[in-house]
Design a binder for this molecule. Structure first.
Ligand code: SF4
Length: 216
């Protein structure tokens, strides 16, 4: 079987396993997508979903967020970790007001110019706020795609580029969800549940290639 045939079969099986795969963060517009995604770094989606209703109620727009102070926002988001997240959210809102007319931008270049926004966050906003084809590479996507052999790279950006080659463009966003779901449910970081995994016959790591076990 060629690698391209393998990739197609992996995607077919992931689609069969996770037909309802989709965003687990709750958001409703580009501003909310940006805030929720910044908060989700090194924090569970469930925890973010617990704090965002109050954040969005009390700071419902980019302008409202730009007009507050990080110290005011921090108590709302404290349980999501670092104080820097509150600083980045307020500073990003101020930059959006100043440089983008109050509208969350939709390009990689503009999004990554915002404080606290790297490629992964930018890709999430592009995919789920603007419906663009994008593959955000988080720790699950990085680990599972390397193990399966869909990608072979040492950096999230390298994995993103290889997945863009390996997966048809219209499936990029969906594939990102499949890989996250599989990473959370079966292909765990420390102890992948290979004996129950229906992808084992297609998997590089299970097939004995230990160099496929990379972690971001
Ligand atoms: S066979 Fe094991 S390493 Fe490969 S994808 Fe499944 S759980 Fe992960």
């Amino acid at each position: 079987m060629t690698q391209a045939e393998k990739n197609a079969r992996i995607l077919e099986e992931l689609a069969r396993l996770y037909p309802d795969a989709g965003p687990e963060l709750h958001f409703g517009n580009p501003y909310e997508t940006l805030v929720a995604t910044i908060l989700s770094a090194q924090c569970t989606d469930a925890r973010v979903n617990m704090v965002t209703p109050r954040v969005f109620a009390d700071f419902p727009t980019v302008e409202a967020m730009a007009n507050t102070e990080p110290e005011t926002l921090y108590p709302y988001v404290r349980s999501c970790g670092f104080k820097s997240k509150a600083v980045n959210i307020v500073m990003a809102a101020r930059k959006i007001m100043r440089d983008f007319g109050g509208e969350v931008p939709s390009t990689m270049e503009a999004l990554t110019s915002l404080p606290g926004v790297g490629r992964k966050t930018a890709n999430v906003v592009m995919a789920f706020a603007f419906g663009k084809n994008a593959i955000p590479v988080d720790t699950h996507v990085f680990r599972v795609s390397n193990r399966l052999g869909l990608a072979r790279a040492d950096t999230p950006e390298g994995v993103e580029k290889q997945l863009q080659q390996a997966i048809p463009e219209e499936s990029w966003s969906k594939a990102h969800h499949y890989l996250i779901y599989h990473g959370r449910r079966v292909c765990h970081s420390r102890k992948p549940d290979c004996e129950t995994c229906t992808l084992r016959s297609l998997c590089s790591l299970y097939g004995g290639d230990e160099t496929a076990d990379r972690k971001a």
